[in-house]
Design a protein around this ligand. Structure first.
Ligand SMILES: Cc1ncc(COP(=O)(O)O)c(C=O)c1O
Length: 347
């Protein structure tokens, strides 16, 4: 039986052509800044985002951490959504390593607004810590792959400028967000000072993220990356996968989104799932379940759909490069036929 793994878009595997590009990559020592392939990837990333410079980092978490370390500084505060990735899934590195205090901000669909941000500004008194930056996540993972609209990006940017704050975008899935909103990447990034995006999620590369920003910031980022143990040597083999991903795997993200919507529509028609279709903006979907989520997850796995419980009564599914249109049709068929295991009677 074929298994469809919908736990995350991080599960994508490098295909034959990507591996070929890795195999033939020209390499050098990147700590000496002498790896031609990584230099090419970084130049490409800076151009795509419209930033002056870019730096390859081993993970999205490290990209975010470096931005927090530099832009925020010890003893200062960063305003971030209460459900952001840095808040939940980066092991408090913002506090433990960057030395900054994350302030959890409310926001519908994971979107920060001046109205909510304003509540957390502090008067300029010596015994109060200073808010130094805002971190936005686009698309927003835990809130269901939701995206900032143009006017929402503009509002955050204007608020930040007015209050002398830096803005970092965790754009782990910014290409998904761009596909969903039709906001070109350069335009999206023009509202933020620095941005991290991941090559290793929907774009299908095995490793790596890119941190982009002003030249001086990236020069400092290179130092912090080394301090964190992230200085790499012949990393061109990974950069080749990244270049391949940027050249070939941005377009399929639109199909991933269509596939997610199709699965969501099918879920909306079955009794054991409850989903608000308007919440499905990109390749991530969450739905509530009629029974304990882990029971449904286990039963779905037996039918070939691998997914994860997001809470005791909700499930997350993520479409990606490894799930084709035909796979999606098959997944929908399984969902339609699926029967929820009956509840065990209490003795
Ligand atoms: C929104 C978001 N930001 C950052 C990350 C961290 O990326 P990495 O796993 O490469 O550290 C993830 C990973 O899933 C994510 O979903």
């Amino acid at each position: 039986m074929k298994k469809y793994d919908l736990r995350s878009d991080t599960l994508t595997r490098p295909g034959k052509e990507m591996r070929k590009a890795m195999y033939i990559a020209d390499v050098g020592d990147d700590v000496y800044a002498e790896d031609p392939t990584i230099n090419k990837l970084q130049e490409m990333a800076a151009k795509i985002t419209g930033k002056k410079a870019a730096l390859f980092v081993p993970s999205g978490s490290m990209g975010n951490l470096i931005a927090l370390y530099i832009n925020c500084g010890k003893g200062n505060e960063v305003l971030t959504h209460k459900n952001s990735h840095i808040m939940h899934y980066e092991l408090s590195s913002v506090a433990a390593i960057a030395g900054a205090m994350p302030i959890a901000v409310d926001g519908e669909r994971g979107i920060l607004t001046p109205k909510e941000l304003e509540k957390h500004l502090r008067p300029n008194i010596y015994y109060m810590s200073k808010v130094k930056m805002i971190e936005i996540e686009n698309s927003h993972n835990k809130e269901g792959g939701t995206c900032y609209k143009l006017k929402e990006l503009k509002a955050v940017s204007e608020f930040a400028k007015k209050n002398n704050l830096k803005v970092h975008m965790d754009g782990a899935r910014m290409f998904n967000a761009s596909a969903a909103t039709n906001i070109p990447i350069k335009k999206m990034c023009s509202f933020v000072d620095t941005v991290t995006f991941c090559l290793s999620k929907g774009l299908g590369a095995p490793v790596g993220s890119i941190l982009c920003g002003p030249e001086k910031f990236i020069a400092e980022a290179r130092r912090v990356r080394k301090m964190l143990g992230g200085g790499m040597r012949q990393v061109g083999v990974l950069a080749a996968a990244g270049i391949y991903a940027l050249e070939n795997n941005i377009k399929p993200l639109t199909q991933d989104m269509e596939n997610a919507k199709k699965i969501a529509k099918t879920l909306s028609l079955v009794k054991w799932a409850k989903i608000d279709l308007s919440t499905v903006e990109t390749n991530i979907l969450y739905f509530d379940t009629s029974q304990k989520a882990d029971i449904i997850v286990a039963a779905l796995r037996k039918k070939g759909i691998v997914c994860g419980a997001a809470s005791p009564k909700s499930i997350r599914m993520v479409t990606h490069l490894g799930i084709s249109v035909e796979d999606t049709e098959d997944i929908c068929k399984i969902i339609k036929k699926f029967e929820v295991p009956s509840k065990r009677k209490k003795k």
